[in-house]
Design a protein around this ligand. Structure first.
Ligand SMILES: Nc1ncnc2c1ncn2[C@@H]1O[C@H](COP(=O)(O)OP(=O)(O)OP(=O)(O)O)[C@@H](O)[C@H]1O
Ligand SMILES: [Mg+2]
Length: 235
């Protein structure tokens, strides 16, 4: 038994083939312990989103092994990967991917209706401070509010893992900090492992573990002895 949420061994991802092949992951070996906040940093094109998509079950590696706890994702069928995503994973993207024709509550319900152990949608919206906006459509919400709906949708299924790809990239410091507080709460109150990809290096200060990427591989892993509150990180 392992106490890791994720383990990868020599994980490779090659997009395309022949002279046009892109080596997005060049043999990544990594352990992500349970219950941590992990921040992934690295230059554009270094493979961060590719890694997130593979451990999140949205894509597959070309070679190597990927485990979620003791289950081998890299051996799963498409149907098993879909079930893995549905039962265990929440995703928050930079651009919120909300359905424009549905209210905030209905956007969250899209997930809670098929989840195994969901929260009440209104509880999830309250967690992100949007209890009074449940009946609003995305176009009636600010960017930060839309991002918080996207987080409510991701956390409403009570995922074991929450993946966030540039969750604050489009936000000002005040709304960005509010979003980071929600991620911290999800980690502390639900015990979810939270993985955040960001270009904002200062967000490393709120992590348990900081993973630096360069050119398709991990270049450095740091474990923080103390973490800062989202209120205290530089913006
Ligand atoms: N679907 C794809 N087909 C071909 N190449 C791809 C594809 N997706 C990503 N790549 C390439 O793989 C490499 C890694 O991309 P990835 O999106 O993982 O980088 P990233 O670290 O997330 O960058 P950013 O910080 O800009 O989001 C890049 O060179 C990119 O061009
Ligand atoms: Mg990316």
């Amino acid at each position: 038994m392992t106490s890791n949420t994720f383990t990868t061994r020599n994980l490779r991802k090659i997009y395309g083939e022949g002279p046009a092949a892109v080596h997005a992951l060049r043999g990544v070996t990594l352990e992500i312990p349970e219950g941590e906040i992990v921040v992934l940093l690295g230059p554009s094109g270094s493979g961060k989103s590719t890694l997130l998509n593979i451990v999140g079950g949205l894509d597959r590696g070309t070679d190597g092994e990927v485990f979620f706890r003791d289950r081998k994702l890299s051996d799963m069928s498409d149907a098993e990967l879909t079930r893995y995503r549905r039962d265990h994973v929440g995703f928050v993207f930079q651009f919120y991917n909300l359905m424009p024709s549905l209210t905030a509550r209905e956007n969250v319900e899209l997930v809670t209706e098929i989840a195994r152990n969901p929260m009440d949608p209104d509880t999830a919206l309250a967690l992100v401070g949007l209890a009074d906006r449940a009946d609003h459509f995305p176009a009636q919400l600010s960017g930060g509010e839309q991002q918080r709906v996207a987080i409510a949708r991701a956390v409403a299924k009570q995922p074991d893992v929450l993946f966030c790809d540039e969750p604050t990239g489009a936000l000002d410091s005040k709304t960005g900090r509010a979003v980071l507080h929600v991620l911290k709460d999800v980690n502390e109150k639900l015990g979810a492992t939270v993985m955040i990809v960001t270009h904002a290096a200062a967000q490393a200060d709120m992590a348990d573990r900081v993973i630096r990427f360069g050119d398709g591989d991990v270049t450095d892993v740091t474990v923080n002895k103390t973490k800062l509150s989202p209120d205290d990180i530089a913006w």
